[in-house]
Design a protein around this ligand. Structure first.
Ligand SMILES: [Ca+2]
Length: 149
């Protein structure tokens, strides 16, 4: 009986300790307010209304200005694409004067191991190699000197 009474007493003490600690913990961890007070709610709603009104006014004012910027950007893009296309197409035609970019591209083709056409043989020795890159670069520089560029 002595042991049972001691165990029961201990259990009761443990339960009291747990409930006391639990109550303290609950008090310590309870948030100050679970929901925002009504005045904070109203202030946030007013801030959102004001800011969205500003954004609407800015968008309305900017709409008339934005079109020319978009049009200019689109025109610049089309122009750049056209120039690039013309440059690439012209490079393949072979009818124009060589420039240093042609020498660079030939070097890249040689390094990559790509198939090389006979037209790339600049010095006429029957092979396409670095000597042709140098010949092409020399011609490009000579052309630029003659043109005074
Ligand atoms: Ca050659």
């Amino acid at each position: 009986m002595g042991t049972e009474g001691h165990d029961l007493n201990q259990d009761r003490q443990l339960q009291q300790l747990e409930s006391a600690l639990g109550a303290d913990l609950r008090r310590a961890l309870r948030p100050e307010a679970a929901e925002p007070p009504a005045r904070v709610d109203a202030a946030v709603a007013e801030m959102i209304r004001t800011r969205s009104g500003e954004v609407r006014r800015q968008l309305a004012a900017g709409r008339t200005r934005r079109w020319p910027v978009w049009a200019a950007a689109a025109a610049a893009l089309l122009l750049a694409a056209g120039v690039w296309t013309a440059a690439v197409m012209g490079r393949g035609a072979g009818a124009r004067r060589p420039d240093i970019i042609d020498a660079y591209l030939l070097e890249r083709r040689i390094e990559s191991g790509a198939r090389l056409d006979a037209a790339s043989d600049q010095n006429g020795d029957g092979r396409v190699d670095r000597a042709d890159v140098e010949a092409l670069a020399r011609r490009a520089v000579e052309v630029r000197r003659k043109e005074g560029a």
